[in-house]
Design a protein around this ligand. Sequence first.
Ligand code: FAD
Length: 625
Amino acid sequence: ESKEKDKFEGTWRLFKLAVPLHEDPGKDSLHVSDALLQQIARVLKFPVASMLPAEAFTVVRKSFDARKKLKEPKFVHTVDMDVQKLISLEPRCWDFISRLEPKVGLVERVHDERDFSDLESIFRECKENKEAVLAGGNGHSTFSTELCKNQATRKPKIAVVGSGPSGLFAALVLAQLGADVTLIERGQPVERRGRDIGALIVRRILELESNFCFGEGGAGTWSDGKLVTRIGRNSGSVLAIMKTLVQFGAPEQILIDGKPHLGTDKLVPLLRNFRQHLQDLGVTIKFGTRVDDLVIKDGHVLGVMVSESADKSRLTSKKMEYDAVILAVGHSARDTYEVLHAHNVELIPKDFAVGLRIEHPQELINNIQYAELASEVCHGRGKIPVADYKVANYIDNEDFYEVSNSGVANRSCYSFCMCPGGQVVLTSTSPSEICVNGMSFSRRASKWANAALVVTVTTKDFEALNYFGPLAGVKFQREFEQRAAMMGGGNFVVPVQTVTDFLENKLSVTSVPPSSYRLGVKAANLHQLFPMHITEALKHSLVTFEEELPGFICNEALLHGVETRTSSPIQIPRNIDSYESTSVKGLYPVGEGAGYAGGIISAAVDGMHAGFAVAKRFSLFHGDV
Ligand code: FAD
């Protein structure tokens, strides 16, 4: 029997445990409710649910499912079952466990491989090993005498440029593993950045170095703080990031929510805690300091030239020497791209997407998604989450066979960065350009729902406008941002058009519905913004989105121009394992700006991996990540 028991020992994961909405105890309860125990009992074929000890189960995911074909909306759970604990608390379970059959996607055994998600224990282990080696003891095999020599001479000096998610996590890993880290950020700490953003919204003062894109926390700080990612929600790396965010103050709920999000009000204190932790680890943080140039000799980076961000002339630029430079500058650091280009660092133009931001009343989206249940949404306070949506349309040749040469076909149009209960914000980094995005607070309680509707573009599109070379995509973005600024008439006023007028190609003169955008909107014909094929792709897709979400096309739906910074327009090639640039030694391009991430979580994961790769390069870490 003991052999049999070994077979079932450890953790088992039970999927798709559905609890009807009315039986769910409330969204803040992570505990295993009686209703959930009923579902677990059903899977185990255990006759009396109330006899199952709740302590043996842990909820690892909880998602709301309100698809229209369901009789009743439900919360769908994934639950981990600790078999040993279960049997010790309720031995009568053994008979049922021993009959459990694994089924992919329903009942799976969780394998106990060393999990990268446990970042804390990696750091602890490294520290203990390092101390053991330095004390002359029998250190762990992963730490060699090389480390000793290295440590005896001096710690490697690493510059991390940019304090967005990728830079923060690279700095964290390197500091934990013993490097001498300086974090250089052109923008301001969150407290001052908040005031600068306030001045932008209230007095139309755009601080060039402290705004929605630049400053502590990077582009995603004044955002919706969605923590969803396409890089594998259950991967160890993603869990490591999530757990670290919880350590710095994010609610534990994010570890479980099917669609976790934080909101600006939660992100700001979290970043303050993150900063404090880095400083406690000895990281030097330089805010208001911009990297103006790289110091490169014989193909090796030797350091950076920095100046105070306030110094527009860059005359005060001074040299700082480093053993390695991690470049985590995000996709709006266009001046930094030019510096790289001037040094012949290889840059490859990358496909991305451009379009418009659509805004609806949130109530309308709740009605579309939840029908009669919409009245129970309670502005983010109730059990039912404020409704979101995600739409996508691939335009193939058949849709546009008669104009297949016009360039409409073979593109995708999709919603992006949807912010339920949010507001449209200005993400320009120059007063002569307009680009927008969306943010929200944790409760998502505003009366607006916005999302980008964007169409994929490639180098062919850049070339059609006579933009060539590695920075063609940046020039392409800037072209539409400047056009949008002109159409708005200046002063950060955003050009808008109702969806119905956009479909009919006419100016929304009589009644422009209200917008959440605080700096003013002006009616314009957005057909004059993009080349015809992008406009056509948007129009065609809007019609298909209406089929999926009836009511999506309506007079209250307002399109805002322009959404251009969906992801990086370039990629900076790097070696797969070492993360080092293929053109300059000692330079480590990471995160969204380098073309390796597309959101808060993926940027953080990339920064974390780069941190380990650089630590490995300097023999601070010998493990596998
Ligand atoms: P960034 O976050 O862009 O950070 C780069 C940092 O480098 C900045 O702080 C910048 O000031 C600094 N920097 C740049 N150049 C220099 C220089 N020369 N010297 C010194 N410092 C420099 N993603 C999501 O996943 N969920 C969301 O809900 C979401 N909402 C968003 C809302 C808004 C308004 C915006 C703008 C973005 C949003 N994003 C969201 C995208 C997300 O913010 C980015 O994908 C992510 O921040 C990229 O991280 P990063 O570290 O690569 O770069």
